[in-house]
Design a binder for this molecule. Structure first.
Ligand code: LRH
Ligand code: MN
Length: 520
């Protein structure tokens, strides 16, 4: 027999809006868990003073509560929600809530008074579903909140070992690279940060570089260390058998944290070219010991709000072993370091055929997905425009991101591009890349999570696959045009950029000097 229950909690006054916002898009798997645990017609009401009143109807509350406590998603959700509340004294919200006794229930009182319970009002009192945000509205919200970080090096000359092509108008220094990145943000509205690479973006005053960026409406994002281009690093950097070389490499990593302090960056991004080319060349285990020693020393230098993002790569430039070859090795080092060490998934760094979205789901589940280096490839680390080579794979990855709560700011996933535009014009290529991520995200946000969960629970393989394909086959370009117009932007950023004259302007202005590149 259904019973009604009411409880109270208190939300911190300075977090009311955020609390409300979070409840506009509760994780679909959390919604499904509540439904499956029998939390029927569950509502929350929030007062301006932070008083939160919960009302739920269920057959047996202790059973319904125990069913939720048994789910992994509930543990994650409660951990996310706990900071919103006062007076929990270390308990989780669902342990700290205060149940109130019911003192009045109309149908019960009507029955007791032998009065009819059926209404005779003309319009009836059914709750119309119109008030629930539609999937379209939720997707619009997710797309407006999306943030994609651009790589400064994508605006410079890049290439392959065979040829690095130059092109007129290419930036000559970090200042011009940031100006170009700001231009991409101006037309897309969702790329407000630029990751830098040291020494490619070395300047004498990093605070001034950050001000230069801010004046153009963007911020300096992740700081990438570079211990792969100095002659000293022939046999590796932090894993090198020579302690003097290791010390040199560590000094650079610590210098990069100084840069973060100056630019206000949260993330230190580490990718190591370290590895060996021949069996026996070095002791695989000893190199892991050297790596963890350098990572620990760097982690200890980080400020409380700073993170370390450890990127892995299967091969190149080392071909027998890479010291951080896969997600598992990065994950193991990050676990050993602490919660501010997270894994970066560069979509070009896996063996062909690797199910990258499964790695994403596993890392999100473990709370260790720090970010992405988005690009695409046909064979190796081609660093082509994200979504260009395999848009369906990008959709599958974003589907796992959305399903795992990875779009929520609180999850802290950094969506970064890491690309090289060897032959195509760089700024429009970055704009197109941002649009490709937006399109894949929009399709992922349109997945009917309830229908999918139902089909999966029912073992209906074809129906479950069809739910995903319906979303993937949805043309989301009109919806993205709607998002851009609602942000005061031109619906087609590529057309807007082409019409802006910026491309011609930089060719005229940037004459002389050395064009920026990887300096390899
Ligand atoms: C290595 C990598 C790494 C960067 C570099 C630009 O292949 O993906 O993220 O430092 O490219
Ligand atoms: Mn990368």
């Amino acid at each position: 027999m259904t019973t009604r229950h009411c409880f109270v909690l208190r939300v911190r006054p300075n977090r009311l809006a955020e609390y409300t916002e979070r409840h506009r898009a509760v994780w679909p798997e959390m919604l499904a868990a509540l439904r499956d645990a029998g939390w029927d017609s569950y509502s929350l009401f929030l007062g301006a003073d932070g008083l939160l009143v919960g009302h739920v109807e269920t057959d047996d509350l202790p059973v319904a509560q125990a069913a939720m406590e048994a789910t992994e998603v509930n543990a994650r959700w409660q951990a996310e929600m706990a900071p919103f509340f006062t007076d929990l004294d270390g308990r989780t919200p669902d342990a700290g809530l205060l149940l109130l006794p019911e003192v009045f229930h109309l149908p019960t009182a009507l029955a007791a008074a032998a009065l009819t319970t059926t209404t005779n009002r003309s319009n009836g009192d059914t709750v119309s579903t119109e008030i629930l945000p539609t999937r379209h509205e939720r997707a619009l919200g997710g797309l407006r909140a999306q943030r994609i970080e651009l790589p400064s090096w994508a605006f410079g000359n890049a290439g392959t070992r065979f040829k690095v092509f130059t092109s007129p108008g290419t930036p000559r220094d970090p200042w011009e690279k940031i100006a170009d990145a700001a231009t991409v943000h101006r037309f897309t509205g969702v790329a407000p940060t630029v990751s830098v690479h040291i020494p490619w973006d070395r300047v004498s005053d990093y605070a001034e570089l950050a001000r230069h960026a801010a004046d153009r409406g963007v911020q300096i994002g992740a700081v990438n260390a570079n211990v792969f281009q100095d002659d000293a690093y022939r046999l590796g950097s932090v894993c090198n058998p020579d302690p003097a070389v290791r010390a040199k490499a560590l000094a650079h990593l610590l210098d990069c944290v100084d840069v973060m302090d100056a630019t206000g960056s949260r993330d230190l991004k580490l990718w190591f070219a370290d590895g060996t080319n021949y069996p026996g060349q070095d002791n695989i285990r000893a190199r892991q010991d050297r790596l963890s020693e350098a990572l620990a020393a760097t982690y200890a230098r980080l400020g409380p709000d700073q993170r370390m993002l450890l990127e892995y790569k299967l091969f190149e430039p080392s071909f027998y072993t890479m010291d951080v070859p896969d997600w598992g090795t990065s994950f193991a080092h990050c676990l050993a370091l602490g919660e501010r060490a997270q894994v970066v998934v560069d979509t070009g760094h896996h063996a062909p055929g690797t199910n990258i979205e499964m790695i994403v789901a596993i890392l999100l589940r473990a709370g260790k997905l720090g970010g992405f280096d988005f690009n695409s490839r046909f064979y190796a680390d081609d660093d082509l425009m994200v979504g260009a080579a395999d848009p369906f794979q990008l959709f599958r990855i974003l589907h796992e991101v959305v399903a795992g709560g990875g779009l929520d700011d609180a999850t802290g996933v950094a969506f970064m591009l890491d690309q090289c535009h060897n032959i195509e014009e760089k700024i429009p290529a970055q704009i197109r890349s941002v649009m490709n991520v937006q399109e894949a995200t929009a399709k992922a946000l349109l997945v009917d999570a309830t229908a999918l969960a139902d089909a999966q629970r029912g073992g209906d393989v074809l129906a479950a696959n069809a739910v995903l394909m319906d979303a993937y086959n949805t043309d989301v370009r009109p919806m993205l045009a709607e998002v851009r117009e609602s942000q005061g932007l031109h619906p087609d950023p590529m057309a807007a950029y082409a019409a802006s004259g910026y491309s011609e302007q930089i060719v005229v202005n940037r004459v002389g000097g050395d064009q920026a590149g990887w300096g390899a």
